[in-house]
Ligand binder design. Sequence first.
Ligand code: GDP
Length: 196
Amino acid sequence: MNKQKALLIIKPDGVQRGIIGKIVSRFETVGLKIIGLKFEWATKEKIIAHYPETEAWFAKVGQRTLTNYEKKGLDARSVFKTNDAVSIGKTVKGWLITYLQESPVFLAVVEGYDAIEIVRKLSGNTIPVLAAPGTIRGDFSHDTIDLANEQNRPLRNIIHASDTVEDGEKEVNLWFKPEELFSYETAGEKFMYSMK
Ligand code: GDP
């Protein structure tokens, strides 16, 4: 079985609130290995390349708003002037470009077996009010879709964590150079994975 790599971005709200250490600690204590860490002021080009430019991604993001609005009896046209999921997704991507440049972002690469599933579990639901207690988003944020949309900004949900193995590889290569990643063995992994 192969180990996976996941990219984590502590977004400007996490950086500004001084909780970088607390967040990184959750990934360390679960047993994932940190193989890269840095601080960076993201460029517009990098943020555009980071979030997919595909219809499928825009539709997924837009549908999140539509589903949430339907539950609450709200009309997406009041903010987006459309009910089209793809158009809503494109607007949110524009907001992400501004949001992720509000301050430097903190970047980490973690590695481990099923790392992608673990980082998503620890991060919690994209919508902070739905994120379970004990998750990073559930414990450190409480934003709602309608408030975020009304204020023309993305959900402030503290962290980005790669969603698939393919995304993990793409995102790690986008943000980190090979020489910024470190290969080493931790004492913990000897105890957890030793076959003896
Ligand atoms: P993630 O992988 O859990 O971060 O979720 P996505 O890749 O689907 O969305 C990227 C980011 O866009 C999220 O983390 C939120 O900050 C933001 N976002 C997603 N959906 C919405 C939405 O419907 N409205 C707003 N305002 N922001 C959203």
